[in-house]
Structure formats: structure tokens, C-alpha cells
Design a binder for this molecule. Sequence first.
Ligand code: SAH
Ligand code: SF4
Length: 464
Amino acid sequence: MAPLPPRRRPARTGGAIDPVGGAGRCALPVRAIVAFVYAPASWHTGFAMTPMTAESEPSDGPMPAGTGRPVRLSLTRRAGRPARHLADLSRDERRQVAVSLGQPAFRADQLSRHYFARLVDADETEAMTDLPEGARGPLLEALLPRLLMPTRTLSCDDGLTRKIAWRTADGALLESVIMRYPDRATVCVSSQAGCGMGCPFCATGQGGLTRNLSTAEIVEQVVHAARVLRRRELAGGEGRLSNVVFMGMGEPLANYTAVTAALRRLIAPPPEGLGLSARGLTVSTVGLVPAMRRLAGEGLPVTLAVSLHAPDDELRDELVPINTRWPVAEVLAAAWEYAEASGRRVSIEYALIDGVNDDVARADALATLLAGRLAHVNLIPLNPTDGSSWRASAPAGQRAFVRRLRARGIATTVRDTRGREIAAACGQLAAEPAGRARHVESATTVEAAGATNGSPAHGNRVLR
Ligand code: SAH
Ligand code: SF4
């Protein structure tokens, strides 16, 4: 590869952490006490015993022995274990629970149909008329506890985009975003409360990891979105949820077991699951290579998105700290294995950051890496985040980058950023109500004025 031009040194303002510097160069953010550690592999199994990960499944991207990885942990409070929910269980397991309550096994199927097919909320017990009144209470308690409490709902784009901030029973915070398009409806879900990967351009990464979400906590975000659409609560009339993208808070492959179980639940038809098409599901990863390989072997025909952001290790080490463990060549080799196994085109995500990674030499280097591969590039003009002085590339720079890739035959699209004004776009989810206050004002203004920013969509592939 030809030498790439030196990039401008990334600068952050405010109390953010410089993930490049490791523990020695951390500045503590005002809002949380955060530890930034390079955890040895031996921590992998011990991770569940740390105060912040009470969930049975630790951050479980498989780790080869003797290796380290960046994990930033939020130490603000002790996390709890989410209550068992029917979406955590297979159909047989749910039936066993019903039997253990002295009920016929089919009661579990009835309850599952209420949840997955009728999209009944846990509070709407009166709608469950086929369940005898005496059985309803114990069944609901055992299989349908309320896992997520909405703490704030914001909308923009004339009501076509909605961000929901959730609080779990143990106080963990997460967010999901529902986006309505003319031809589809997408929910962007969180797989973890926070994230431990520390990418410096991402708001989620600045708060550290609180804990993994359970399968049901992930599924519940999707069921909620399906319910909102079916009940015409979003602008545009009744809708059907078609797409789920794991691009909210967290690194999905660091919560591998819960995420793959959630994918299965989303695909399985009722009463087992929600019955979504696997083609509409996308898992985005920062590049946890062993977990990518493992996913390739699952036989789940979902789309894999790989957050690359730089074609060279020198820059990617800074933008995506986990690159020091799994460099570009290994990440892409695993991506091509996934494409081969699934037959699906891998999406290469590349946030365009002004003066940092948007030079045409890097476009050329990226084209060389992707030539002849089952892949397309999805460019994301950087979304602004608190405390960062980085900006999106100027439109002319974006166009030049796109032209360069296309000239080399690389399928390239630019994602527009729906939801920016309510901090709902990629990398802006931080689930910190206090810090979001000014976004609320901005959202209200947008709604009151009935205005739209004219942006075609977060997650939308816009050909330019
Ligand atoms: N942890 C996973 C998925 C969640 S992030 C991952 O990193 O892939 C979803 C996408 O948003 C990723 O491609 C991520 O790189 C991107 N992203 C994060 N911060 C961003 C920002 N400020 N602007 C644009 N994209 C961002
Ligand atoms: Fe985590 Fe993804 Fe944000 Fe990186 S970009 S900090 S992996 S959520």
C-alpha cells in the first residue's frame, strides 16, 4: 500500500477519555467514574463476577488465551440480573414453566402468541381473554415481567423518527430508535447498556459499559417497535416492522449468546418468536474476529456490517481501539468468511471524519482492500457527539471519496443521518437524560414547527 498521508491528530474537548493513551492518559468524564483497562484474557470468564456485569452472559466475544482487549467499564453502580421473560426461553422451556405453575403447557403458547403475534403489552391483561383469570397472574409474573420502562420519548422528522430512552429494573440505561420510511420501517436496537470498546468518535463509547442486555431486553425493544407501528403511534399510518439493525448502544458480538438468541427469536414464527425475515436483520460489529467467525457458523442469514473507518492499522488503532488486538487484515478476512458462509454482501461502515480519514489516498487504499469482494461501502458522515471536536467531512470531500471508490468499482452509498437533532443517529446514543436536555428542546422545536431536516434517513442508503 502506498504511504498514506499523515492525519490531523484527533482532538476532544470536555471530560472525555483518550482511548489511545490507555489507562495512564485517561481523563475521567464528569458524569461517571470509568475504568479503562486492557483486560487480560483471564478476565474473560471472571468478568461476570465484577460488580458491573451480573448478567449471566458476560461480554463474551471469544478471546484466545493470553490476549488483551480494551474494555471500559462504568463503575457507577451495581448491575442486577434481569428477570426471566418468555423471550429468554425456548418454546419448550416456556411450556415447562407453565407446567411448573400447575398449568397446561399450552398456556405458555397462548401467552407467547399474545406477546409475539398480538403484540400485547404486559399491562394489557384484560386482552388475554383466553387465559383463565386465576392463571393469568402467575403466568404473567413468571413469563412476562416488565423489563424496560420508557423514561423519555423524542421524535422528529415529522413524527417518522422516534427515540425511546429505557431504564431497566436495575437502573441500566439504553436507547432504541424507530425510523419510518416510505418502503420499510426499521428499529435500531441496543445490545448492551453502554459499550466497553471506547471508540473516541462515539457517544456510547464515552460512557463505558454498564452491562450486557439479556435476550428478552433486546427482543422487547423490537416488539415495542412493532407494536408502535401496528398501533399507528408513529406518523404515516399503520406500519409493519421490516428491519432490525443492531446499531444502537453496545457491541453486539461482545454479548454473543444473548444477541444470537435474540436473532433466533426474532426470526422464528409465533408462538416461538416474532416471525421477521432474516433478510431484514443486520448485526454491526467493531470487528471481534473470533465472534465473527462463530457467527458465520450459526447459519443465521443476517447481514453483517463491519465498522472499519480506516483502511490502515495506524489510523484504525486510534479510531477503533480494539484494532490493536484484531487488525484490519484479520477483520476483513473474517468478514469475507462471513460473506462466503452466508452468501450475503458484507456492509463496510466508514464514518467520514473531516481531515482524519477522508483523504482520497485512504479511499484508494480501501478500494484495494475490497476489490472483488462481496461487499459494499456504507459511508456515514460523522454525527456530532458531546465533547468531540471532530466534524463530518464537508460535502465536497464526501463526494470526492465516493467518486474515488466508485471509480474503482466499489459499490458505495452514503447514509444520511435521520434523527440527528434528537441525538438518535449512529453513535449519538448515550442514554444520559441530563446531557440530552438541549436535544429535547431542539426536538420540540422541530415538532412544533412541523419541520423536517429533509434528511432521507438514518440507515438509509442514499445514492449520490
Ligand atoms: N458497536 C457496533 C454497533 C453499534 S455502533 C459497531 O461499532 O459496529 C453503530 C455504527 O455507528 C457503527 O458503524 C459505528 O462505527 C457508527 N458510529 C459510531 N459513532 C458514530 C458517529 N459519531 N457518527 C457516525 N457513525 C458513528
Ligand atoms: Fe461501541 Fe460501536 Fe460505539 Fe465503538 S462505535 S464505542 S463499538 S457502540
